[in-house]
Design a protein around this ligand. Structure first.
Ligand SMILES: *[C@@H]1O[C@H](CO)[C@@H](O)[C@H](O)[C@H]1NC(C)=O
Ligand SMILES: *[C@@H]1O[C@H](CO)[C@@H](O)[C@H](O)[C@H]1NC(C)=O
Ligand SMILES: *[C@@H]1O[C@H](CO)[C@@H](O)[C@H](O)[C@H]1NC(C)=O
Ligand SMILES: [Ca+2]
Length: 502
């Protein structure tokens, strides 16, 4: 009798235990830390993905996006280095001197060294950390390089762009000046990939990485493609479906996003094959808008290097089997600095006090109100601007000060009837530094109607906000080129060892 009673009690306890265990594993991130896979594209425009442009071929990404959350208000900086700085430091680039031009190969500086950057915070939270692809945050001293900044491993290029096949990098965008090889496995040059298309080099490497690791250990994988950044190169079979366009750069751009999509499909297939996928959160973003002539941001105004929506509003998504609410477009206001607190929050780590971002996980995944109501697009964005220039968002309004130009560039492949119609042709170019423009980017996402004159109080209020932010401005950190960086002094490689860490 006693025995049976005990047994029944035990059975009940076991049932409760099993229930608790299944409950906690079903609740996801809180029970075991999720793998974070952050996929960053380079210069991919708003109209370069198939969920915005049916003529683009990105089926793997589209499936991940449709079975996840599409990010429709995800903002980045207008250029490579500033966005990577914001992503990894969680700070507005204008507060750390990185609001200016992208780092050129011979400039002796890099991302602020005395900040605890994202991979360091993830590592402190128990993650193994891997950077694959383009670094572009400085390499003049070893202290600036990824393996000294919280990444356990690195596989890719230190500079901002290399030939996609030969992995040679030039000192200037115009492919003049010193040239050197730039491809590393951890800290050593890797010549074995000379001749292989970088996008597929990365996919091959990630496959090996996934097979070689224990899926029980949480992983932070930062995979930064150089797609669809120049030089415009892609294997023919990826360009061929776009030959009808008759515009070489555009055909190759769409081919490059098609190839990147293949690589992403392979990464996801191998997350599945190696037991990582079920506990993975996959995030995708571009680093800035499409570069006019290559990427297209239609129907958004402007492109790469501008503060118009086309330069700063990036295509993106979150995908994860851990999500309970999927298949919607998120209008949550998100800035690239938010990923720091969001990802470190998922990792159960701690976020430094001086970051500019918010933990957006709840808002993004529950489609709830964003903790963010405003953000600074940039300050002193011009490469050589004088005085205050920049843009700020507050609620539905966007104020631009001293921002010039910005065209609506029609895709040469055409666009569907249901797309907004370009009614205006070329826009006015405001040549003055004092230009002040106000747009309601919810009602008027294409920034066609300057309403500054209609709402002087809003202009005054936002100008005050921008001026307050201006007090936090750090001078642009862009010292003159140092010729001792020349690869001829480093066995033909772009290599650390020619500056003092700042
Ligand atoms: C880093 O260095 C800068 C410049 O020396 C300084 O202003 C800042 O307070 C330091 N610390 C952090 C965490 O940024
Ligand atoms: C890469 O391969 C090409 C073709 O074989 C060769 O000319 C070049 O020197 C190689 N680059 C390096 C850095 O070894
Ligand atoms: C800014 O840079 C542009 C392009 O290099 C140059 O033409 C212009 O003169 C510069 N303006 C100032 C004020 O230095
Ligand atoms: Ca870029």
């Amino acid at each position: 009798m006693m025995e049976r009673k005990h047994r029944r009690k035990f059975t009940m306890l076991a049932t409760i235990w099993v229930w608790l265990v299944t409950q906690s594993s079903a609740s996801g991130p809180s029970s075991s830390k999720p793998h974070i896979i952050f996929l960053l594209a380079d210069d991919l425009g708003w109209y370069d993905v198939s969920w915005h442009n049916p003529k683009a071929i990105t089926p793997n990404m589209e499936e991940l996006a449709n079975e996840g959350i599409i990010l429709e208000q995800s903002y980045v900086q207008p250029l490579c280095t500033p966005t990577r700085s914001a992503l990894l430091s969680g700070r507005y680039p204008f507060t750390i001197g990185r609001q200016g031009p992208p780092l050129m190969n011979q400039v002796p500086t890099g991302l602020l060294l005395n900040a605890t950057i994202l991979p360091e915070a993830m590592k402190a939270a128990g993650y193994s950390t891997h950077a694959v692809g383009k670094w572009h945050l400085g390499f003049c001293h070893w202290d600036y390089t990824p393996t000294r900044r919280g990444f356990d491993t690195f596989y890719g290029l230190y500079t901002g762009m290399g030939d996609h096949y030969s992995h040679d990098s030039y000192a200037s965008l115009s492919e003049t000046g010193p040239r050197g090889y730039d491809f590393r496995k951890n800290e050593d040059p890797d010549f074995s990939v000379n001749g292989t298309y970088d996008t597929f080099v990365y996919a091959n490497y990630v496959e090996d990485l996934l097979y070689s690791r224990d899926p029980a250990v949480p992983m932070f994988l930062y995979l930064a493609f150089q797609s669809i950044h120049s030089p415009m190169q892609v294997p023919d079979e990826y360009r061929d479906p776009f030959r009808y366009i008759g515009d070489e750069n555009r055909e190759i751009s769409l081919g490059m996003s098609y190839a990147m999509d293949d690589a992403i499909g392979r990464v996801v297939a191998h997350l599945k094959a190696t037991g990582h996928y079920e506990n993975s959160i996959i995030i995708f973003s571009s680093d800035n808008g499409g570069a006019p002539g290559n990427g297209i941001n239609w129907p958004l105004r402007g492109g790469k290097s501008t503060l118009w929506e086309g330069g700063t509003r990036a295509p993106g998504f979150i995908h994860s089997p851990l999500l309970t609410k999927i298949g919607f477009k998120s209008q949550t206001l998100l800035h690239v600095t938010d990923w720091y607190a969001t990802l470190v929050g998922l990792a159960g780590g701690s976020v430094p006090e001086n970051t500019d971002g918010f933990d957006q996980w709840e808002a993004l995944t529950q489609d709830a109100v964003s903790p963010r109501t405003s953000f600074v697009y940039n300050l002193n964005s011009g490469f050589n601007s004088t005085g205050l220039s920049g843009a700020i968002r507050k609620g539905e309004y966007k104020l631009l000060v001293g921002v010039k130009g910005g065209q609506w560039i029609e895709p040469p492949e055409g666009f569907d009837e249901h797309e907004p119609i370009n009614d205006g042709g070329a826009c006015e170019i405001s040549g003055e530094n004092e230009t002040i423009e106000l747009y309601n980017v919810i009602d008027d996402p294409e920034e066609r109607n300057d309403i500054a004159e209609l709402y002087p109080e809003i202009v005054a209020e936002m100008l005050e906000d921008l001026e307050r932010e201006f007090e936090r401005l750090a001078p642009v950190d862009n010292p003159p080129a140092d010729l001792s960086s020349d690869p001829k002094f480093f066995d033909g490689l772009w290599s650390p060892g020619w500056c003092e860490p700042q």
